[in-house]
Design a protein around this ligand. Sequence first.
Ligand SMILES: C[S@@+](CC[C@H](N)C(=O)[O-])C[C@H]1O[C@@H](n2cnc3c(N)ncnc32)[C@H](O)[C@@H]1O
Length: 209
Amino acid sequence: MEHDFWHQRWREGRIGFHQQAFNRWLTEYWSRLNVAPDARVLVPLCGKSRDMLWLREQGHAVLGVELSDIACRDFFYEQGVEVTPVTVDNYHRRERDGITLITADLFELPWEVFRGIGAVYDRAALIALPPAMRRRYAQRLVQRIEPGVEMLLVTLEFGDESGPPFAVFENEVRDLFEPAFTVIRLAAEAPANARRDDEREVVYLLHRQ
Ligand SMILES: C[S@@+](CC[C@H](N)C(=O)[O-])C[C@H]1O[C@@H](n2cnc3c(N)ncnc32)[C@H](O)[C@@H]1O
């Protein structure tokens, strides 16, 4: 998607993807990952997801990457803190109590930013991207994520071509990530707020070989 598409959505507050409650797949399946309790978790395309608070509660340091500065600002603002951004190279960084948010295009971030990542949590990141960008996104993770690191990935399946969110089926997840990652499909269920009859949320565990 073009940057402007997302910037406009954040400016206008059209963020129906944002959840007040912690994601049920995260809270139910995170313990299935082999992740050190103090591992640094990458949350790509993080928006202002409250799931980052849950991850911190588990003892993790969190690194969120998000295009929208509004989202990064509001994440902290909604916790009652104003965090002054620090400009590093061409991006903004805000950091407080174990959560670091970088305002940047994920695809333009330098390698160093990903150093020391011990796990990845993707909810509504892969499925926010159109097909060609999904491939770039997966390639980025393959290039940047070290062997042994695991990832919890939540996707959506449904039968039409609209988006975002885009439907991403298991064959595509495997095509994008295998063989660099092993892919285990953990569960699938219709979301409580499904917009289509055939909609399924699917959760995967990916292990970087
Ligand atoms: C569907 S939202 C999901 C946000 C979050 N994961 C959640 O669960 O609430 C997708 C987010 O990705 C951000 N985004 C889109 N393209 C991006 C890119 N290239 N780099 C960083 N963030 C991006 C958008 O601004 C938007 O906030």
